[in-house]
Design a protein around this ligand. Structure first.
Ligand SMILES: Cc1cc2nc3c(=O)[nH]c(=O)nc-3n(C[C@H](O)[C@H](O)[C@H](O)COP(=O)(O)O)c2cc1C
Length: 227
C-alpha cells in the first residue's frame, strides 16, 4: 500500500472484531517498524506483544482496578491549556455521540470507560517500553526515548493498515503498570510507555465512523523564504 493511502486511512479504532491476528503478520509489521529513526540510533524501545489468555488476564485485572486512579509510568498531563482542552473535548464528545451516550448518563459512560480498559475487545496489544535509566537522569528527564517510542508507534500503526488491521494507541492500556509487570514479568527497570491495541475493525460499530478533525495547516505553520 502506498504510504499516502496508509496515512489517509489510519485512524483510531474503538471497536474490534474477535478475529485473531496471526503471529506471522505481527512479525512482518514489527520487523519493518524497526526501521524507525531514533536518537543516534539508540533504538530505545522494547515490546510485549500479547494475545489470548494473557491478554484476557490483563483485561480482567484492569477492570477490577477500575475504581482506582490510573497511575501510568509516564504521567498523564496535569492540565490541558487551550487550545488543547477544546480539541480533546471535541473528540471526546463525538465518541460519546457516536456511541449514543449522553454526557449525563453516568452508568453508560462508566461502561464505555470499561470498554476502553478492555482495549475495545482488540484481540492483541503491543506494549512499548523503554529503559527507566535512559529517561530519568538525576534531576532531569530525557524525553527523547519517549519521542522515539512515538515514532515507532506510528510506524506500527501505518504498517497495520497494509493488512486491513486497525489500531489505537491507548494511555488506558498502560494505566495500571503493576498489572502488566506482574502478568508479563516486565522489570521495574523498564518504563511502560504506551499500548497499541490491534485487530480487525468492526466497521458496523458507528464509533469507527469517527474522523477526528485537524487544525488547518495555516493555523499551525509559518513559512519563510518562499517568496
Ligand atoms: C499517546 C496517546 C494516547 C492515547 N490514549 C487514548 C486512550 O486512552 N483512549 C482512547 O480512546 N484514545 C486514545 N488515543 C487516541 C486519540 O484520541 C486519537 O489519536 C486522536 O483523537 C486523533 O484521532 P485519530 O487517531 O483517529 O486520528 C491516544 C492517542 C495517543 C497518541
Amino acid at each position: 500500500m502506498e504510504i499516502v493511502e496508509a496515512i489517509k486511512q489510519r485512524k483510531s479504532i474503538r471497536a474490534f472484531k474477535s478475529d485473531l491476528v496471526t503471529k506471522e503478520i505481527l512479525k512482518e509489521i514489527m520487523e519493518l517498524a524497526l526501521r524507525a529513526p531514533s536518537w543516534a540510533n539508540t533504538q530505545p524501545w522494547e515490546f510485549a506483544i500479547v494475545t489470548g489468555k494473557k491478554l484476557e488476564e490483563i483485561r480482567q485485572a484492569f477492570v477490577e482496578k477500575m475504581e482506582e486512579d490510573p497511575n501510568p509510568d509516564i504521567p498523564r498531563p496535569r492540565e490541558f491549556p487551550e487550545p488543547y482542552d477544546t480539541r480533546r473535548r471535541v473528540v471526546g464528545r463525538k465518541v460519546l455521540e457516536l456511541k449514543g451516550i449522553s454526557r449525563e448518563d453516568r452508568e453508560k459512560r462508566k461502561l464505555w470507560l470499561l470498554q476502553g480498559l478492555r482495549l475495545f475487545e482488540a484481540p492483541c496489544v503491543i506494549y512499548i517500553y523503554t529503559d527507566r535509566s535512559f529517561y530519568l537522569q538525576g534531576d532531569r528527564l530525557n524525553i527523547w526515548p519517549i519521542f522515539d517510542c512515538g515514532l515507532i508507534g506510528e510506524n506500527i500503526m501505518l504498517l497495520a493498515t497494509n493488512y486491513g488491521l486497525g489500531t489505537i494507541t491507548q494511555i488506558q492500556a498502560v494505566g495500571y503498570p503493576d498489572v502488566l509487570r506482574k502478568v508479563l514479568g516486565i522489570s521495574d527497570s523498564k518504563l511502560i510507555v504506551l499500548g497499541i491495541a490491534i485487530g480487525y475493525p468492526d466497521w458496523d460499530d458507528p464509533v469507527n465512523q469517527l474522523r477526528s478533525e485537524r487544525e488547518p495547516l495555516d493555523n499551525v505553520s509559518a513559512w519563510y523564504g518562499f517568496d
